[in-house]
Write a protein that binds this ligand. Structure first.
Ligand SMILES: [Zn+2]
Length: 385
């Protein structure tokens, strides 16, 4: 069994948390990934890996490091994002501290603990095994906003399988939901508030759209359930319209989010929302309405008997002495991009809490175990002597 150097892992984790890597697309003026990418590249060079730094966008580098195998083995990619959300409301976001087996700080759980586990696993493999296939570490930019990092990565990287190391409480994530952002627009006729004979109320028309969306949410979407992900859902996110108290509103805009299940494509959501609009228009004397999907991320699912899932299960059983639970995850993740690019991908990472919250921590024992399982999975999947 592979032994993990806990001191090295903790040192790496503290170093990574101490670097501000807030995503500048979320918080304008934030530093982004350049500094943490430099640190990760150095850590990888120290481990004797081949290191490449490639810009996903100007000033937004990915670091891809490879531990070359001896040949005739399958290649495995470990993928983790290096950016974090903002630090609003946090006392000491970049001064990591340990308390009762937890390390606190921005990004501890989402997902610098996972990055430390990737490095500690690779260090252990290098010291204790000879892999046949290549082991690649991808430290990617911009997952918290537009996933520019993984989008850029799949344009060149090839691997026989991948593990996205987002926190899963040491369970195996084999599916997650996707989402569509949809915009409705209703057009009425502006008129003085006293002129009911001239005015047409675009906001009331949008009310009919909302009623139809509620019907979709409560009546139709609950009819289909995915065994691991439950049902799809839709909710209103943003609404605007109206010019003044004594004016018929000429325009209203509603933006909604539809969370999707595997198999639902952008065209399906587009058709569903057109039907919502048509029902609303039919029920109301709406002058005009428009609808369109303006952003789409597909859901993701991997076959439970895919080789990488089996390798991870076997490794988990060996390290933890009990079978790992197989789960579905609700948030969208970079695994969908890897999967769409033809790289079978599974999600596995440590335990913690407070991703995107004012108090964030990762459980140290789970990070060590995560590293051990990752190392064992690489040995199993890539082959070793
Ligand atoms: Zn994350």
């Amino acid at each position: 069994m592979t032994t993990i150097d806990r001191g090295y892992l903790l040192d790496v984790l503290r170093r990574l948390i101490a670097i501000n890597s807030i995503n500048p697309s979320l918080s304008p003026g934030a530093p982004g990934e350049a500094q943490i990418a430099g640190c990760l590249a150095e850590l990888c060079r120290d481990l004797g890996l081949d290191v490449q730094i490639a810009e996903a966008a100007p000033g937004r580098p990915n670091v891809v490091a490879t531990l070359r195998g001896e040949g005739r083995g399958r290649s495995l990619l470990l993928n983790g994002h290096v950016d974090t959300v903002s630090v609003e409301g946090m006392d000491r976001p970049f001064a990591p501290y340990e308390r009762e087996g937890r390390v606190y700080g921005r990004g501890a759980y989402d997902m610098k603990g996972s990055l430390a586990a990737m490095l500690a696993a690779t260090a252990a493999i290098r010291a204790q095994h000879r892999l046949r296939g290549d082991l690649m570490l991808a430290f990617v930019a911009d997952e918290e906003y537009a996933s520019l990092g993984t989008e850029a990565l799949v344009r060149t990287a090839r691997a026989d399988a991948a593990i996205v190391t987002e926190g899963t409480e040491l369970q195996i994530g084999i599916a997650h939901k996707g989402f569509a952002w949809v915009q409705f627009e209703t057009a009425g006729v502006a008129a003085h508030g006293s002129r009911y004979d001239e005015g047409r109320d675009a906001i009331a028309a949008m009310g009919s759209v909302l009623v139809e969306l509620r019907r979709l949410e409560t009546m139709r979407l609950p009819q289909h359930r995915h065994p691991l992900l439950g049902r799809a859902s839709v909710h209103a996110s943003l609404i605007e319209g109206g010019e003044g108290l004594s004016t018929y509103p000429s325009r209203s805009v509603l933006r909604v989010e539809r969370r999707t299940l595997p198999g639902e494509m952008a065209a399906d959501i587009e058709a569903e929302m057109r039907e919502v609009l048509q029902r609303a228009v039919g029920a109301d004397a709406v002058a005009e309405g428009k609808v369109g999907v303006f952003f789409f991320r597909p859901a993701y699912e991997i076959e439970p008997h895919a080789p990488v899932v089996l390798a991870l299960s076997a490794a988990g059983q060996r390290v933890l002495g009990a079978p790992l639970r197989v789960i579905g995850l609700s948030p969208w993740m970079d695994s969908a991009i890897l999967g769409t690019a033809g790289i079978p991908t599974v999600i596995f990472g440590p335990s913690g809490a407070g991703a995107h919250a004012a108090e964030e921590y990762v459980d140290v024992k789970s990070v060590v175990r995560c590293a051990q399982v990752l190392a064992q999975t690489a040995v199993q999947f890539c082959g070793a002597r």
